[in-house]
Ligand binder design. Structure first.
Ligand code: PLP
Length: 394
């Protein structure tokens, strides 16, 4: 490859390995372990004196291809694959935090992430403070002597709020903390948080890296030192490993990541503009619109507005807002009614009753998820058909 290949070239070529058979499409190594020539080699592989694969819980050639390709796309040194996005977040937390430590997270996060941070981590003696993602002073005020980690999604799910990654990176640096960014909504096709100053990137590979809604997967991306010396030793023991089969599907999915996400973002902008002009729509939340309060920050950090559009339908109270939102969903004939996103098929979700349904009403309100909110993850269908689909229920 050339010295500095472009994004789409790396998406198709980076991380590729060939076996002795010279296959063109990369092989799937569906094996749980690897054999050694003799007892001495087994001992050397286990001790780490000799490089090589031992057992798929620790590493596997197909999984390694996925990790190397993703690291290349994120402009990072290395990556560690995990079985799901949530297991990537858990592995990050277990790598960085111990009982008695504290972390600061944005208030507006994926529902299961909120659940983990607010209800599960405290059982293990880890305290989490939640702050308004855009309130820089609140982030600074929340840092304590035992703080270890700052955690954001940008754009956030589902409100599309933007974190000022450069400013948070400066705060992290000042206090010797790590800044982790869940890059699910943009994918590396639109934003590379490590280039903006983040230390670690989290992925739910389930979403845009796969792109066709087939498998679960996740990853932690960061420096060679962080991945190799800190995250991998823990993961090798704890076992959040990605299946080689899923790694192979994700590795192939990344080949089309750039074209997919750019086309989806173009359609998302058209759909957001159309929704903004619709009389039944109260508010459109899309970073690519100039009406988004953080539009300029978003456009400095990301190449495009992204593939996800959220919007609020009108209603006089919670019940009528929910009825209006559900009516939009129930009238859809093209969009899939499902909680997943990142698919070539457009999906529509009512966060208050699904992804964020298990939160208490107070936690939901704090996260800004009201009953009139709908989230559309724009796929690759003709955008005109998506407009017709939404118009029916609106
Ligand atoms: C889906 C999602 C996750 C969790 O990923 P899984 O692969 O479903 O475990 C984490 N963060 C964000 C922003 C997500 O959308």
């Amino acid at each position: 490859m050339q010295d500095d290949p472009g994004f789409d070239t790396r998406a198709i070529r980076a991380g590729s390995r060939r076996t002795e058979f010279n296959e063109h499409s990369e092989a799937l190594f569906l094996t749980s372990s690897f054999v050694f020539d003799n007892a001495a080699q087994a001992a050397a592989r286990f001790s780490g004196d000799e490089e090589g694969f031992v057992y798929t819980r620790a590493s596997n050639p197909t999984v390694r291809m996925f990790e190397e390709r993703l690291a290349s796309l994120e402009g990072a040194e290395d990556a560690l694959a995990t079985a799901s996005g949530m297991s990537a977040i858990l592995s990050l937390v277990m790598t960085v935090m111990s009982a008695g430590d504290h972390m600061v997270a944005a208030r507006s996060l994926f529902g299961a992430t909120v659940q983990m941070f607010s209800n599960i981590l405290p059982r293990f003696g880890i305290q989490v403070s939640f702050v308004d993602i855009a309130d820089q002073q609140a982030w600074a005020d929340a840092v304590r002597p035992n703080t270890k980690l700052l955690y954001v999604e940008s754009p956030s799910n589902p409100l599309t709020e933007i974190a000022d990654i450069g400013a948070l990176a400066a705060l992290a640096k000042q206090h010797g903390l790590l800044l982790a960014v869940d890059n699910c909504f943009c994918s590396p096709a639109l934003m590379q948080p490590i280039k903006l100053g983040a230390d670690v990137v989290i992925h739910s590979a389930t979403k845009y890296l796969d792109g066709q809604g087939r498998v679960l997967g996740g990853a932690i991306v960061g420096s060679r030192e962080f991945i190799h010396e800190k995250a991998l030793p823990l993961a090798r023991t704890m076992g959040p490993a990605l299946s080689p089969f899923n790694a192979w599907v994700l590795f192939k999915g990344m080949e089309t990541l750039g074209v997919r996400v750019r086309a989806q973002s173009e359609s998302a902008l058209k759909l957001a503009q159309w929704l903004q002009d619709h009389p039944k729509v109260e508010r459109v939340l899309y970073p690519g619109l100039t009406s988004h309060p953080q539009h300029q920050l978003a456009m400095r950090q990301q190449r495009m507005g992204g593939p996800i559009v959220s919007f609020r339908v009108e209603g006089s109270d919670d019940a009528s807002r929910r009825a209006a939102a559900w009516a939009v969903i129930d009238a859809c004939q093209v969009m899939s009614v499902t909680a997943n996103l990142g698919d070539v098929r457009t999906t529509i979700t009512h966060p208050a009753s699904t992804t964020h349904g298990r939160l208490t009403p107070e936690a939901r309100a704090a996260a800004g998820i009201d009953q009139g909110l709908l989230r559309v993850a724009v796929g690759l269908e003709c955008v005109e058909d998506l407009m017709v689909d939404l118009a029916r229920g609106l």
